[in-house]
Write a protein that binds this ligand. Sequence first.
Ligand SMILES: C[S@@+](CC[C@H](N)C(=O)[O-])C[C@H]1O[C@@H](n2cnc3c(N)ncnc32)[C@H](O)[C@@H]1O
Length: 277
Amino acid sequence: MSMPDRTNPVRLPAWRTVVYEVALNGWRILRETVNDFSLWRIIEYPWATRALELQRGDLVLDVGSGTSSFPHMLAKEGVDVVVLELDAERVRWQLAKRRETAHPGDGRFFPLVASATQMPLRDGSVARIAAVSSLEHIPDDAAAGREIGRVLAHGGIAALTLPYTSSERREFFAGIRRFVQVELNAFVQEGKPGSFFRFYTDEDLQRVYVRPWQLAMGGVCGFGRSFLNWRYHETRLTRYWRRFVLKDLLLALIVHPLEERFDRSDPLYVMFTLRKR
Ligand SMILES: C[S@@+](CC[C@H](N)C(=O)[O-])C[C@H]1O[C@@H](n2cnc3c(N)ncnc32)[C@H](O)[C@@H]1O
């Protein structure tokens, strides 16, 4: 049996995520994004693609895909994707988008309406898992953490991005949108009962995602510190969040690396890999 050639990794640079997003959702997204594609995703998708050490023909389980373009971007790079999402309507949206935009040579696309807390997948059956800004919305995150460790293959990699605090966050979007605190570091947006959202401390990350399967955590990095978060995102400037997507490309390429190099304040999100030995 020949070993897979892992010398030609798939790369998804920030600029290419924008090009793909335009190809998938039209030019209008440069003026106003239609889904969650904006600054954070322009940082997260290139990171996750690199962290997963992908080759064409690999298969990625994308947990909590929503209506995001990430699975399509991977498919365009020749990667097969399982789109696992709780909301059947969003999975239908994903399939329709796939039918509209598929080309020969793209990776395959497997829709799966299921909960991350109970995945209909065999133990150790998935070598690459991505969960981009999705697990923080799951109240029973301990079950999701156990499931990720269970389905991850030995030698496999999971790439996770999650909201972060080193101790406690009391206010979130203060004065912009009202979030009601429901547990320590967990919030629900007022008037939106299903909008659960939590921040993780280092101990939470260990307890929920690392310890249950003794996974090895690596490649930890962050985004959204003083400038991109406290002076931009969690202020009234957030009204520009979905507007003028090219500004986000500049912020991701210029401000984000500077912040990560020089700013030691808490990031809004952490990104890390989990490996099963
Ligand atoms: C912020 S959104 C999508 C983020 C997406 N990964 C991206 O790249 O933009 C989070 C998604 O997680 C889904 N979700 C919530 N609970 C879930 C669960 N238990 N299992 C699977 N998906 C879930 C929601 O329906 C929602 O579509």
